[in-house]
Design a protein around this ligand. Structure first.
Ligand code: GDP
Ligand code: MN
Length: 433
């Protein structure tokens, strides 16, 4: 789950990271009121869950409460990268001398949480990574030790910070790392962390992305979820416990199991199609879950064909078939469908679907080819089987390894030689005692 800037910064403040004074507003009048309370130059910032709001005109500095009201008026309702602005944050404007990037992410390759920083802050870090990767400093954090002071100093020096800034930066870095851990985040980022005119550090922007797999232990964060920002499909998928990610292709895929879903997408791609979504209905899906999944798929106007790939194990094919029939009653559609049902109760499943207008397939290859053809409005022509490959034993090219005779180990010389007779003497002496 992504948190808004204002939510992220409030959490940062809780961990001792300095943030500007300010509040969030839903109307221009409220924005004006906040500007009056702050009593100085303010910055009016759109609160939408995307980056690059500044460039899109969603961040504006206002000198007076009147200006703040005007700017809030223009920003509220604005569309930024497909999202409507419903709230603005009105913060004290910072006197910015320099912008730094500071972020904590999971580095899967290193299997460590990694702190990244760059003196080229403000712009998106992906762009810095592309154009001048040498400007990014990274430190890997040992999970048992945590972020060490020396590591924070190492970053501070690399950023060119001086004097008190180094100490203050240490507190901010450790606060950001704690935020990351406590929120079970996959990203905690300050961009920009600014150096103000009087040399102080201030977190002007904030972003936290939490890991949904840990949401069960974060009732505190659950209230921060902004349902306005989710597409209705995502919200419905979450309600029914479906893993759904919308993509921009044309073939809707309904699959049980994440691995099978990935394979299905790969095979669709292999035969020249492109998947409209990733959708895992999970194990043991009930008919109403299947119906919800199909409604979600069909709600996407790009979908030109639907491919069902169900492997019945715990999931029963007849139950899935019932769900498909139920959904088709709710959402009548002309979109062609291809279904491959294999496993538990597959005959019953096929019998239920016999009445529905659907193509069936026995193999995944056949199912994918039929779905691609249907999406393109073409007739399915089975691909000819690949030509047989004649077996020809390979010529031996590798020389036999030369077997060396093992070298006999040389007996080690002992420094003291004890003769047999001397030993006998000692034995005699001790037995006499
Ligand atoms: P983003 O574009 O969505 O990342 O939004 P940011 O909050 O990072 O703002 C974008 C840019 O606006 C920053 O990089 C700053 O240059 C500028 N900005 C943000 N807040 C202030 C402020 O308080 N004062 C001034 N002068 N500029 C600001
Ligand atoms: Mn930013």
């Amino acid at each position: 789950m992504k948190l808004h800037e204002y939510q992220s910064k409030q959490i940062f403040a809780h961990y001792g990271i300095p943030i500007p004074k300010g509040r969030v507003a839903s109307t221009a009048e409220e924005a004006r009121q906040i500007a009056v309370e702050l009593g100085r130059r303010v910055v009016v910032k759109s609160q939408v869950l995307v980056g690059g709001r500044g460039k899109a005109g969603g961040v504006k500095v206002a000198n007076t409460p009147d200006e703040a009201e005007q700017m809030a008026q223009t920003i509220l309702g604005m569309n930024i990268k497909g999202l409507t602005v419903r709230k603005v944050l009105v913060d004290e404007a910072a006197d910015i001398q320099h912008e730094i990037y500071l972020g904590v992410v999971i580095n899967r390759a290193a299997r460590r949480v990694t702190m990244m920083a760059s003196a080229a802050g403000g712009m998106e870090i992906e762009q810095v990574a592309r154009t001048s990767p040498e400007k990014i400093v990274k430190v890997l954090i040992d999970p048992f030790i945590g972020l060490c002071d020396y590591q924070a100093r190492q970053i501070a020096f690399a950023l060119g910070l001086k004097g008190d800034q180094i100490r203050d930066f240490g507190a901010i870095a450790s606060g950001l790392y704690k935020t990351f851990l406590d929120c079970d985040a996959s990203l905690a980022e300050i961009n920009p962390l600014v150096i103000t005119g009087d040399g102080k550090l201030l977190a002007v922007d904030g972003k936290i992305v939490t890991d949904d797999n840990a949401s069960f232990r974060h009732q505190d964060l659950a209230v921060l979820r902004d349902v306005d920002e989710e597409t209705s499909s995502e919200a419905e998928a979450r309600k029914f416990g479906l893993s759904y990610i919308q993509l921009d292709g044309q073939i809707g895929c309904m699959v049980n199991g994440a691995g099978l879903a990935m394979t299905t997408m790969d095979i669709v791609k292999l035969f020249g199609g492109s998947p409209a979504n990733f959708l895992d209905i999970g194990g043991g899906a009930s008919a109403d879950k299947v119906a919800a999944a199909l409604r979600i798929i069909l709600a996407d106007p790009n979908v030109k064909a639907v491919l069902f790939n169900i492997f019945g194990g715990i999931t029963r094919c007849d139950e899935v078939a019932r769900g498909i029939v139920a959904a088709l009653k709710q959402v009548p559609t002309q979109v062609p469908m291809v279904v491959r049902l294999v496993g538990t109760n597959e005959e019953e499943g096929r019998a239920i679907l016999a009445g529905a207008q659907m193509q069936t397939a026995n193999t995944l290859v056949e199912a994918a080819q039929k779905a691609v053809a249907a999406a393109n409005g073409e007739e399915y022509v089975p691909a000819p089987p690949p030509p047989p490959v004649a077996y020809k034993p390979k010529a031996r090219t590798i020389a036999r390894p030369v077997v060396k005779k093992p070298v006999r180990p040389v007996a080690r010389k002992t420094t003291r030689k004890v003769s047999k007779q001397a030993t006998k003497k000692v034995i005699r002496k001790t037995s006499q005692k």
